[in-house]
Design a protein around this ligand. Structure first.
Ligand code: ZN
Ligand code: ZN
Length: 145
């Protein structure tokens, strides 16, 4: 029996660009939009130096260096919650996290949205069992203008 997916048009791909804090690294990722998520896993907390990571996921994706391929270094994170090895790429000049790439299929890139000009609202949260209970429940300090 033929699968209905064979008649379906291929999913539309989108492109998003990002750069690091010092500007040495600039990349563009093009792929099938899997949406942005907040990741509360302890490795993203440590790697980001913050309470969670805001990650934009692309399937069947390609990555282009607009600038600074030689300024990027990687750390293979094999101690992940789900056991998948994840290559975390960051700028060796300023230390900014730029993108992640799973070391096993599917071919996917994950962009840290902090380097994007237009932040994308996350649609979902991952590893919420590790989410700090106070995230989203903190009183903002009013800025003096
Ligand atoms: Zn940098
Ligand atoms: Zn994570």
């Amino acid at each position: 029996m033929a699968s209905s997916s064979s008649t379906r048009p291929p999913p539309t791909k989108v492109s998003r660009s990002a750069s690091c804090l010092c500007g040495a690294v600039a990349i563009t990722i093009t792929g099938v939009d899997k949406g942005a998520v907040l990741c509360h896993c302890s490795n993203c907390q440590k790697s980001s130096g913050s309470s969670f990571a805001h990650n934009y996921r692309f399937l069947d994706a390609d990555l282009t260096f607009d600038k600074g391929e030689d300024a990027v270094t990687r750390y293979e994170d094999g101690n992940t919650t789900n056991g998948n090895v994840l290559a975390r790429h960051f700028c060796k000049v300023c230390g900014s996290n730029v993108y992640l790439q799973p070391c096993t299929p599917p071919r996917m890139f994950i962009l840290h949205t902090g380097g994007m000009q237009d932040k994308t609202q996350p649609a979902r949260e991952l590893f919420t069992q590790n989410k700090h209970p106070w995230v989203g429940d903190v009183t903002p300090i009013k800025a003096k203008v």
